[in-house]
Design a protein around this ligand. Structure first.
Ligand SMILES: NC(=O)c1ccc[n+]([C@@H]2O[C@H](COP(=O)([O-])OP(=O)(O)OC[C@H]3O[C@@H](n4cnc5c(N)ncnc54)[C@H](O)[C@@H]3O)[C@@H](O)[C@H]2O)c1
Length: 249
């Protein structure tokens, strides 16, 4: 039986599709009021409409570029006004701009670091006043196994995801006095648009490194987020939970 998040206010970034949308759905199904934050108005609204059709909690769409500090502060104010004090923040928005480091452009480096790492910092700044006052508040950062293992062709992405892990641990220590638990999830290879671009040969190669011998699903990640956000995880902070079929152990 899954835990109720009735009337809790949850913010999920990058929730227009993929893993973020599945996480938002998990909370709406459990009765929460969820801010579905995505880069474009169309995506966030479409996802919110789809989630409201479930007839459970409430979803509202918000469009913002998570790397834009001022815009995130403004949307943060709007979300708090519309839905109330935020008690769960899931930093999920992320992008890749792959290429060997030797040839990587400054723009590709900056875009990935600004979205994946600074974006999480921006969201924490926008919601920290709410989070620090709410009982059972949680911050969950979606990192990646690539942040733990590295990967050729993903120096920018690996740096951003490893950075998120350091950010998680520092925040966990800073916020522990207010009982706000801060954890990271490191997904392995999950079937989404991001991994949809892989060729069959690439997938076969990846499978060799996955003991459970299958790609993960967006619900595998949403379930882990649900656990870390729930009351049962009140004594877990500063951790990285790998959800990867055994890739990293
Ligand atoms: N799919 C995987 O196998 C996998 C593995 C490990 C980690 N992850 C991480 O999980 C998260 C979600 O991945 P996904 O596969 O669902 O990706 P996706 O590309 O399907 O979705 C990413 C979401 O982030 C949003 N986004 C991107 N840039 C943004 C910005 N500047 N401002 C606001 N929103 C922005 C997009 O609009 C989209 O909704 C990412 O952080 C990704 O790095 C994914």
């Amino acid at each position: 039986m899954s835990e109720s998040f009735q009337d809790r206010v949850v913010v999920v970034t990058g929730a227009g599709r993929g893993i973020g949308k599945a996480i938002a759905k998990r909370f709406v199904e459990a009765g929460a009021k969820v801010a579905v934050v995505s880069r474009t108005e169309a995506n966030s609204q479409l996802a919110a409409d789809e989630l409201n059709a479930l007839g459970k909690g409430e979803a509202r769409g918000y469009a913002v570029d998570i790397s834009n500090t001022d815009a995130v502060v403004a949307v943060g104010k709007q979300i708090t006004e519309d839905l109330g004090a935020v008690s769960i923040l899931v930093n999920n928005a992320g992008v890749t701009r792959d290429g060997l480091a030797l040839r990587m452009s400054e723009d590709d480096w900056d875009t990935v670091l600004d979205t994946n790492l600074k974006g999480a910092f921006n969201a924490v700044k926008a919601f920290q006043r709410s989070l620090l006052k709410q009982p059972d508040a949680r911050i969950i950062n979606i990192s990646s196994v690539i942040g733990l293992m590295g990967n050729a062709g993903q120096a920018n992405y690996a740096a951003s995801k490893a950075g998120l892990i350091g950010f998680t641990k520092a925040l966990a220590k800073e916020f522990a006095g207010r009982k706000v638990c801060v954890n990271a999830i490191a997904p392995g290879f999950i079937t989404t648009d991001m991994t949809g671009e892989l060729t069959d040969d690439q997938k076969a190669e990846i499978m060799k490194g996955i003991p459970l011998n299958e790609l993960g699903t967006v619900d595998d990640i949403a379930n882990a987020v649900g656990f870390l956000a729930g009351k049962g995880a009140r004594y877990i902070t500063g951790q990285v939970l790998t959800v990867d079929g055994g890739m990293v152990m």
